[in-house]
Design a protein around this ligand. Structure first.
Ligand code: FE
Length: 156
């Protein structure tokens, strides 16, 4: 009694292209679990074509598992290769970079709390949290014909 429903996502890497939610040019995410009671989300991030993703700060921990391709942070000397796990501690500010020779990168991210987007001086310029992610999904799924409510199955 009182336990929220469990969740199984078949085809976590989807066949249906509409399930990927556009986030920026050549960047998409695929929601897996959007947790509004604990304020975290689990998603796949997909990047095609190399490049820099916005610099951001994490107030809460992040866990990552690289499923395909390779990436690193401009601020660190390690490279997250396919099969790697990475932990990003609270307080960390960094800029994700996908190298030129990577055609497609897919990484599972569990992001807690928020992503705070920052300018080169570290000043906050925007944010994402589980609620902005849900809103992005609702708009996208409505637009592609899956219906805004399509996202509800991933919300806990
Ligand atoms: Fe990060």
């Amino acid at each position: 009694m009182g336990i929220i429903p469990d969740l199984l996502v078949a085809n976590a890497i989807p066949q249906d292209e509409r399930i990927w939610v556009p986030q920026a040019p050549n960047v998409w995410f695929r929601p897996l679990c959007l947790n509004i009671t604990h304020g975290y989300w689990v998603n796949l991030l997909r990047v095609r074509k190399s490049g820099i993703l916005s610099r951001h700060r994490h107030p809460c921990p992040v866990h990552a598992l690289v499923l395909k391709g390779r990436w690193y942070y401009l601020e660190h000397d390690w490279v997250a290769e396919e099969g790697s796990y990475a932990f990003e501690p609270p307080g960390e500010t960094h800029t994700l970079y996908v190298p030129d020779d990577v055609e497609e990168m897919i990484t599972l991210f569990n992001t807690n709390g928020a992503m705070i987007y920052v300018d080169p001086d570290g000043n906050a310029v925007g944010y994402d949290d589980v609620f902005t992610k849900i809103e992005m999904c609702r708009k996208h799924y409505e637009a592609v014909g899956l219906g805004a409510n399509y996202i509800d199955q991933f919300v806990r």
